[in-house]
Design a protein around this ligand. Structure first.
Ligand SMILES: Cc1cc2nc3c(=O)[nH]c(=O)nc-3n(C[C@H](O)[C@H](O)[C@H](O)COP(=O)(O)OP(=O)(O)OC[C@H]3O[C@@H](n4cnc5c(N)ncnc54)[C@H](O)[C@@H]3O)c2cc1C
Length: 421
């Protein structure tokens, strides 16, 4: 189905005026969004902006929309129009950033911005008001019905599952895991821009780096991060490493303001159609839809694009909605095969304590290529450039893992993945 231009939709307003679904039964909403996180929150907000007549219900099991996150993105990942509608949620913005490795320190131009979940909660709650139900855990759901854990059943023209990534046998994953602390220091830290990767630190549990976001002269977010094969996070150990890092920079902590932690999926291989077939006919959003950058696990740009896509669909009833989102997710997956190959290089071909060399080499590439990498918009010349020269790890095993069953098995990938890596 062709999405309608957003301007036209803005003028048309609500296109679903009745209170009945396709079968004529009474409904509680045109669209029920299960999970009030990043993806569903943005869908609800975008619909409210462009089509306020659509009856949306956003159900969140916790007490706040958006959980406890700092979501960052490179501004080049989004179009100018997307940056404009997202702007009220942006809490911090910088004109550039840097990275540091044992043999390379580099300053890069290019806008970087962060949303905070506290602002996300406040802005969305003010805009969506009665469309939001907090502390409303959902027990089960189907394409048009939601059963709350209280036993109440809600019906809608369509349901979108945005509850995050659930365990699945159809994705082979590595992990980007981290613990972050927002700190107030006893004095200024001296940073004016983010340090996205400080990989001069000791290497443990895969590729380790520290991520720094300066929020004010004396406050900053310090994240101890790992590209790891294991998803377990030893929180106390990471807190101790943050304390050690802060000390090594000569900083003194006055107060730990907040803490967040994450285990983000990094896809090595998988079967996107089998993944979607786990819940046939049910629309999904965010990580639940497989909509994230394969190499970073970041999903904010995908969530923005999905919100635009949903808001532009002429028919928001279940079948066309789930069909359109699935087609979009499959196309995104197919476009990211090269990123999964790179992930296999990082996770399968490089020894864990040598993974930093892959990243150090990558950050020596031209800045526009790095920008296109994060935006997942690599051309074939970019791909050739990334693989050209002398990669610091053997390429063959990673390459073959996607193409031959035996090599896939040798690289630790299930053979059945080979058709759809
Ligand atoms: C700490 C952290 C930092 C991150 N930082 C970045 C970043 O900087 N940039 C970036 O692009 N990505 C980042 N990510 C990755 C990714 O963008 C986020 O995980 C993002 O929040 C995923 O969006 P989502 O909508 O799929 O899921 P979520 O935002 O996790 O939302 C899922 C929601 O569903 C709710 N829920 C679950 N089960 C139920 C139920 N049964 N009933 C009702 N509600 C339910 C949850 O409470 C939650 O609010 C980060 C992730 C984490 C964890």
């Amino acid at each position: 189905m062709m999405p309608l231009p957003l301007r036209l939709l803005e003028r048309l307003g609500c296109m679903l005026p009745d209170n009945a679904d396709a079968a004529g039964s009474a409904t509680d909403a045109d669209l029920i969004l299960v999970g009030g996180g990043l993806a569903n929150g943005l869908i609800a907000w975008r619909l409210q902006q462009l089509r306020p007549g659509v009856r949306v219900l956003l159900l969140e099991g916790g007490n706040a929309l958006g959980g406890n996150h700092t979501w960052s993105y490179h501004e080049a990942d989004l179009t100018p129009a997307q940056q404009r509608w997202l702007a009220p949620l942006v809490a911090h913005r910088w004109a550039g950033y840097s990275v540091a490795f044992p043999e390379r320190i580099r300053q890069l131009a290019g806008g970087y911005a962060s949303l905070t979940s506290s602002r996300f909660h406040a802005v969305l709650l003010a805009a969506l008001a009665a469309q939001v139900r907090l502390a409303t855990p959902v027990g089960s759901l189907s394409d048009r019905t939601v059963t709350l854990t209280s036993g109440q059943v809600l019906r809608a023209g369509a349901v979108i599952d945005g509850r995050g990534l659930r365990p699945t046998p159809h994705l082979v994953l590595g992990f980007q895991k981290f613990l972050g602390q927002e700190l107030r220091l006893a004095g200024p830290h001296g940073l004016t821009q983010p340090l996205l990767m400080d990989a001069t630190v000791g290497q443990h549990d895969g590729y380790r780096f520290v991520y720094l976001l300066p929020f004010s002269a004396d406050t900053l977010l310090v994240e101890d991060t790992y590209y790891s094969d294991e998803e377990q996070v030893d929180a106390d150990r990471l807190r101790a490493r943050i304390a050690g890092y802060v000390k090594s920079r000569g900083w003194t902590v006055a107060e730990v303001l907040r803490e967040e932690r994450g285990v983000l999926p990094i896809t090595l291989a998988g079967n996107i159609n089998a993944f979607w077939d786990e819940s046939p006919g049910l629309a999904r959003a965010g990580l639940a839809a497989g909509l994230f950058h394969s190499t970073t696990g970041y999903s904010l740009p995908d969530a923005v694009r999905l919100a635009d896509l949903v808001a532009a669909l002429p028919d928001l009833s279940s079948v066309p909605l789930s069909g359109a989102i699935r087609a979009h997710a499959v196309a995104q997956w197919n476009a990211q095969g090269f990123f999964r190959l790179l992930n296999r290089m990082l996770f399968r071909a490089a020894l864990p304590d040598q993974r930093w060399r892959v990243m150090q080499r990558f950050y020596g590439l031209p800045a526009p290529l790095i920008e296109r990498f994060y935006a997942a918009r690599l051309g074939w010349l970019d791909k050739a450039r990334i693989l050209a020269g002398k990669p610091p790890v053997p390429l063959g095993a990673a390459w073959r893992a996607g193409w031959s069953g035996a090599a896939a098995a040798a690289a630790g990938l299930p053979e059945r993945m080979e058709k759809n890596t």
